[in-house]
Every structure is written in C-alpha cells, then in structure tokens.
Design a protein around this ligand. Structure first.
Ligand code: FAD
Length: 317
C-alpha cells in the first residue's frame, strides 16, 4: 500500500522506521535483527536509506597510489524487497540524484516497479566526502525536484526513450525531505520552503523532516508550510539519542540544535547508557507532544539500532 494511503486510513498517529542497508559483507540478518524488536509496534512502512559511493586510496601493482570508487552499503533495492517479503510491510527505498544518471535512475525505478514496491523517497543526496559542493552525475539530476519530475513522468508512462510503444506506467507514491531548521545550503528558511513547495507542486505527496529535538521548530515549520500553500502530510523525523558520540556528531552532520534543557542533561552523561536514559525520556516527551498535535506518523531514524526506539515506542504507543 502507498504511504499516502496509510495516512488517509489511519485513525491515530502511525509508527514508521528508517534503516540503513548493511555494510558490504554483513548478512541480511543484521538488518532483520534491527527490525525484529520493533515489529510489535506495527510499523506502517520501513524506509531504506541509500548511500553514495566513496573514494578509497588503493596501492596499484607498480606501487603507485590511485583513487578507486567503492560502495560500502549497496543493495537498497534488494534489501527493500527482502524486508517487504519477510515482514509483509511496505518499504520506502530512498532514491538519490548523486551518482546516478537519469537512465540508471529509470532502471532502478523499473526494478522497484517489477518488485511491486510503489513508494519512494526522492532526495538529492549529499556531496561525496571530498567534494565541497554537490556535483551531479553529468547526465543526472542536480536537485531532488528534477528527480520528482522524472518519477512523475514515469507514473504517466513517459520514459527517457519516448519511442517506446505502449509504455507501462509506474505508480509510485513520492515522498520528499523537509528541514524544520533549514537545509544547510539554503540561503534562508523562506527560500528553502519555496523549493520544498516546488517539489510538492511537481507531485510529491508527503514530506518527512530531518531530525529535530525542539518541537517548537517543527510546529513553526509546519505553520510556514501551510501559510505558503503546502497542504500534504508532514511527518516528523525522530532521532533516538543513544551514544555519547551522538552528542558530538548529530549537530555537525544534521545541522540540528539541542535545546538547552536537553543539552543540560546530556552534559551530565558519562556513558552510552546515561545517554540512552536521557534520549528515551526526551524522546517520549517529544513524541507525546507531537501526537497531541495530531502528526500523521512518527518516523524513527533507527540507523539499524532498535533499543532506544523500542523504549520510546513503549512509552508512547
Ligand atoms: P533538494 O530538495 O534538492 O535541496 C537541496 C538544496 O538546494 C536546499 O538547500 C534547497 O533549498 C536548494 N534548492 C532546491 N531546489 C533549488 C533550485 N531549483 N534552485 C536553487 N536551490 C535549490 N541522503 C542520502 O544520501 N541518502 C539517504 O537515504 C537520505 N535520506 C534522507 C531522508 C530524509 C528524511 C532527509 C531529511 C534527508 C535524507 N538525506 C539522505 C540527506 C539529503 O540527501 C541531504 O540533506 C541533501 O543535502 C539534500 O537533499 P534534498 O532532497 O533535500 O535536496
């Protein structure tokens, strides 16, 4: 079923999760181990992230060093199908612009279509680690909006090769990303919101937000979206805090603020268990308030680790 159908049919706030494909060499069981403890909360859908290629420096036969491209977490299409089959749950593979030509995007979407996966989250993707700005594939898309356009075209039966006779239209429900604290590259929140509206106007049917810890920012973001005419469901992204490392890296990687009261508690933490306790308490309070505001769904960034998500879900569902 399409994500948007889940929202239409729901009588209360839904639960959904996002997982990472396993690193190359790990078994699919490592993914299932991260989902199994959350199944009792009946996730409406499971998102599977996509990870860009990375450059590695390798020593060649003649002792010279060269840059080679590698992907540490391949397999989004296969993982999405495996999760769908095992749990009978809808999966939402993430499709990104970076590293893909339009033709490769078309082929990936066709694989999903053949597998009966009819949800995608359309994203630009981040730049490569050693690139200061995002560089698209020479025949790829620069912005997520262009990717939305390509998927909408396929939903209308328009493929890149317009000479295909009687093309089979796809039927994807398209989600896109939104940023309550502004995308880090955007000139300001208003321009970011206008570009978000553009993605929706082109055919995106719902928005999932970047993680945030301050509900006030989410509520203001939703109000601003509504003011400019964005009417689609907006799903808050929840990050369960569970390690000391999270305190250091999350604001840097995701450009999100820790509100003062949360930071005061995090500063007292000496171990990962301390962070889990603080993260659980904060997450429960945050989610309860979001539910009171009738959000359509709480989307948990589990990153394959279920413990704190489970504790929060126990406290709110
Ligand atoms: P866009 O919507 O293209 O926006 C990118 C920037 O360009 C913004 O600053 C926007 O304001 C600006 N912009 C947009 N259109 C225009 C225009 N026409 N002219 C000028 N400026 C414009 N990354 C991954 O690599 N893999 C994932 O699986 C993944 N999953 C994610 C899931 C969620 C829910 C979220 C919130 C993010 C995810 N990301 C993922 C990260 C995301 O790819 C990055 O944040 C990326 O930098 C921006 O992606 P976007 O789709 O929001 O881009």
């Amino acid at each position: 079923m399409k994500v948007i159908e889940h929202f239409k049919r729901a009588e209360s706030t839904l639960f959904s999760i996002e997982i990472l494909p396993p690193v190359k060499g790990s078994s699919i069981q490592s993914v299932f181990n991260g989902i199994d403890p959350l199944v009792e909360f009946k996730p409406a859908f499971v998102d599977v992230t996509y990870h860009r290629e990375e450059y590695l420096i390798r020593k060649g036969r003649n002792g010279e060093y060269r840059k080679v491209l590698t992907r540490k977490r391949p397999g989004t299409v296969g993982i999405s199908a495996a999760i769908k089959n095992r749990y009978n749950v809808d999966t939402v593979p993430h499709i990104i612009c970076g590293g893909f030509s339009k033709e490769e995007t078309e082929n990936a979407l066709l694989d999903l279509h053949f597998l009966g996966i009819d949800n995608v989250l359309a994203l630009r993707g981040d730049s490569l680690k050693d690139e200061r700005v995002f560089v698209p594939d020479p025949d790829g898309h620069y912005f997520a909006s262009e990717l939305v356009e390509q998927i909408v075209s396929m939903n209308k039966g328009k493929y890149l090769d317009d000479k295909i006779v009687k093309p089979d239209p796809t039927d994807f429900c398209i989600g896109v990303a939104g940023y309550p604290e502004k995308h880090f590259e955007a000139e300001n929140l208003n321009s970011d919101l206008q570009f978000l509206k553009h993605k929706v106007d082109l055919g995106a049917e719902y928005i999932v937000t970047q993680m945030f810890f301050d509900n006030t920012k989410f509520f203001q973001f939703v109000d601003k979206c509504r003011e400019i005419g964005i009417t689609v469901p907006i799903v808050p992204g929840i990050k369960p805090l569970s390690t000391l490392k999270h305190i250091e890296i999350l604001p840097k990687l995701f450009y999100t603020d820790f509100p003062e009261p949360l930071m005061a508690e995090l500063k007292k933490c000496k171990s990962n268990d301390d962070v889990k306790a603080v993260g659980t308490e904060w997450g429960i309070a945050q989610c309860r308030e979001l539910i009171e505001h009738n959000v359509p769904c709480l989307h948990f960034y589990t990153m394959g680790k279920s413990e704190t998500t489970r504790r929060i879900a126990e406290g709110v569902f």
